[in-house]
Design a protein around this ligand. Sequence first.
Ligand SMILES: Nc1ncnc2c1ncn2[C@@H]1O[C@H](COP(=O)(O)OP(=O)(O)OP(=O)(O)O)[C@@H](O)[C@H]1O
Ligand SMILES: [Mg+2]
Length: 313
Amino acid sequence: MIVELSGLRKVYEGKLRVVAVDGIDLNVEAGELFGLLGPNGAGKTTTISICTTRALPTAGRVLIAGVDVVAHPAMARCSIGVVPQYNTLDRSCTIFENINFHCLYFGFSRGEARERTNELLQQFHLSERAGAYPAQLSGGLAQRVQIARAIAHRPKVLFLDEPSAGLDPQSRIAMWDAVRALRQEGITVVLTTHYMEEADELCDRVAIIDHGRILVQDTPAALKASVGGQKLYELDLVDRERIPGIIAKFSGLRGIVTVEEIPKGVRILADGVDGLLSEVVAVANAYGLRDLSITETSLETVFIRLTGRDLRE
Ligand SMILES: Nc1ncnc2c1ncn2[C@@H]1O[C@H](COP(=O)(O)OP(=O)(O)OP(=O)(O)O)[C@@H](O)[C@H]1O
Ligand SMILES: [Mg+2]
């Protein structure tokens, strides 16, 4: 195991005591692309901050390539690359300089640093922008520079905190390709996200995290299989006053697993029972159905089943 978290806990003491990480056990194998999927405030950034020596745990332990990050932070940092949730490029330096200074900081000679920087600029298709400043780059390009910089010292593990937050769909796909390419270099990747598609598309294994705890961890396929052929129906109702009535009505239907209120109406998690859709529509029509959407099983369904909430709420 290249990343090992055991009994990890982080409590922020203050006026409001916050248990941000509440006993996390997690192992990531070398070469894996591992995702921490969870909603806002789940404890993703705190977990990554501890793993990358930016925060101290209240209890528990993190080993990176066998090195305890609290006991030997400097040694651990040689094995770690990190792309934080927010852009941390030095705005007064060019792209070339941002990467080059990182290499020098990690003890490369001037010649080695220049060579490594040029190699990365090529690898990430950034050579033409070597002289540009961060402010001149699109979000997607800036993210690529951050990844290039993070792996410049050839870390074993790269931590990416919300790598696609704020990126347009096209840049997101380009970022996914860049991350997949890292795998060919043997770099283990741990990323956080609150986009279920990202976790599903990109990750070998996913841990779903909520309120500082891991609810489940497995391959995306196994997680989806665990909820069977279940579907989500979202019903948009004309009259919200009638929601309690429709919930009571649905709760008695065979094949319906859960029914809950959402801002526009109700959401139903249902088994893939034949004929259920027409029954749902019949009931809903009697209660003023405005619109209906159906979602096939996804990691979102898994999350809702585990927490009763969706990832965006
Ligand atoms: N420095 C801090 N002091 C006090 N509380 C904090 C601090 N940092 C985070 N928290 C709290 O700890 C909890 C977990 O926060 P964290 O940033 O780790 O979550 P996250 O999963 O990364 O969320 P997001 O999706 O918003 O990035 C939240 O309740 C947050 O308000
Ligand atoms: Mg975060």
